[in-house]
Design a protein. Structure first.
Length: 480
């Protein structure tokens, strides 16, 4: 479901109905509604002398006057105030289930209160530019509407519901079959003769339309229009509550699913580690023997198996490190470290004739700090490997080491710059999240998450700067 109007619905503050119910009727308290339902002479209902401007146009859209306190629908002697308060009480008592179920029940209550044949709550879906019935009364006409596929109303097709949504001005008619602006499916296939459409606001945004229909001409009164306007405010609150419950339910289910998956991954990582240790020993023996005997037939496969096993062991190590971070068991073995020497050690194994690295040291000072050399090397090797993987073969990856003064303290900065495809603006906010991998990535999205945590464990930072199509820079900053 879409929250808010996403900029696709118009501002509903410009078009005001000159004969709207008072603020008390549209407010959210039952006491105000009860007070408004009584006229100045103590009787309930609205004056029959005034006809709302929404009933205007041709004679087919004119409203028949003569409204009395009993209203034009519902049980005789059952006042509008009692009907309204009873409906609101039942709406508030609805259990917040999924959105469609909640709105189906709410619209059935509205249809019963107005003694009409159908009630709908249409919500705007910007992805298809249409009003979609997320709630329809459980009535024969409601069932017929679903069967005819009239639960989705594209705005481009027009119709009174679309008009009310776009303008925010309510509409009512007792002779809808004579309205040239109405959709044929409404007045012909469903046989609608009387209709009321009022805009629906959810959390302060116009989100759709509430519509009631009857096959009887002149079914509804002006009082029914006011009733539906008041009810629509409460339907907006019911919708908002149902959407929040649905969102929380989905998020809880996703969290539970992720927690289960992470537990499974941890168990598999531990079990795989137990198998990889002896497997590595056997592959090492076979590789060593192939090289000693200079057996070209086996040297290539043995080297390839060794490299694959090394990558697999790294993946298992990363998975286990993730769990240690979650449980607060991630520790550092600090010792004096020369960062320049550490960068040399990290770049040398990755330097080949095809994969070029340019190392620049922009300081003559020693860069020493107390750090965990294995963790920092793990971080650097991951950053450099990624840069080499995504950078064009003929373009070198630049690794720059420098010293800065920040807030009267010396910092070492290690920047890895590639000229690869870059990272999209949409992906940047989640780049360092766990299991965040780009569309072209072949990994699980663990390296940058671990790298950021390693940097922060040393009191430093790991940041990224990228423009799509113009390469990427990662900067590791560490306090000396």
């Amino acid at each position: 479901m879409n929250d808010g109007n996403n900029g696709n619905t118009p501002n509903n503050g410009d078009d005001k109905n000159a004969s709207e119910p008072s603020a008390a009727l549209l407010s959210g308290t039952a006491s105000d509604l009860s007070h408004h339902a009584k006229s100045s002479d103590g009787t309930s209902g609205t004056s029959g002398s005034a006809i709302s401007p929404i009933f205007q146009g041709s004679s087919s859209l004119a409203y028949i006057p003569g409204i009395d306190g009993s209203g034009g629908s519902g049980t005789p002697g059952y006042s509008s105030r009692d009907k309204l308060l009873s409906t609101l009480e039942q709406l508030l008592a609805l259990e917040a289930l999924d959105l469609d179920t909640t709105l189906n029940r709410a619209n059935t209550l509205v249809a019963e209160a107005l003694d009409c044949e159908k009630s709908d709550t249409f919500l705007y879906d910007p992805s298809i530019n249409s009003l979609v019935a997320h709630g329809t009364s459980n009535t024969p006409m409601g069932v017929q509407q679903r069967q005819l596929g009239l639960g989705t109303l594209p705005l481009v097709n027009g119709g009174r519901a679309a008009q009310v949504f776009l303008t925010g001005v309510p509409f009512a008619s007792g002779h809808q079959d004579q309205d040239p602006e109405e959709l044929p499916g409404i007045k012909e296939a469903l046989g609608v003769r009387s209709v009321i459409n009022v805009p629906l606001e959810v959390d302060g945004q116009r989100r759709g339309v509430v519509q009631v229909d009857s096959s009887q001409p002149d079914k509804f009164t002006q009082e029914d229009v006011h009733f539906l306007q008041a009810v629509s405010r409460w339907l907006g609150m019911v919708t908002h509550r149902a959407e929040l419950v649905q969102q929380i339910t989905q998020e809880t289910a996703q969290q539970a699913s992720r927690a289960t998956a992470e537990e499974l991954i941890e168990v598999l990582a531990h079990d795989m580690n137990n198998y990889l240790t002896p497997l590595g020993g056997w592959i090492g023996v076979l590789r060593q023997r192939a090289h000693q005997e200079e057996n070209e037939l086996y040297i290539g496969p043995a080297d390839a198996a060794y490299k694959s096993l090394t990558r697999l062991k790294k993946l298992v190590k990363d998975l286990l490190d993730i769990r240690r971070l979650q449980y607060g068991l991630f520790t550092l073995s600090r010792q004096p470290v020369d960062l320049i020497e550490l960068v040399h050690e990290a770049t040398m194994p990755l330097q080949t004739s095809k994969l070029r690295l340019l190392l620049q040291v922009e300081t003559e000072d020693e860069l020493r700090m107390h750090a965990d050399p294995q963790r920092l090397q793990q971080l650097l090797e991951n950053l450099i490997s990624n840069a080499l993987k995504y950078s064009p073969a003929e373009v070198p990856v630049n690794v720059t080491v420098a010293k800065e003064i920040r807030m009267d303290r010396e910092w070492a900065t290690i920047t890895i710059r590639d000229e690869g495809p870059g990272i999209s603006e949409e992906q940047m906010p989640t780049l360092f999240n766990r299991y965040s991998a780009g569309p072209e990535s072949t990994g699980l999205g663990l390296g940058l998450y671990l790298g950021k945590n390693i940097a922060e464990a040393h009191g430093g930072t790991l940041t990224a700067d990228s423009t799509l199509g113009q390469g990427t820079s990662f900067c590791l900053s560490l306090p000396l």
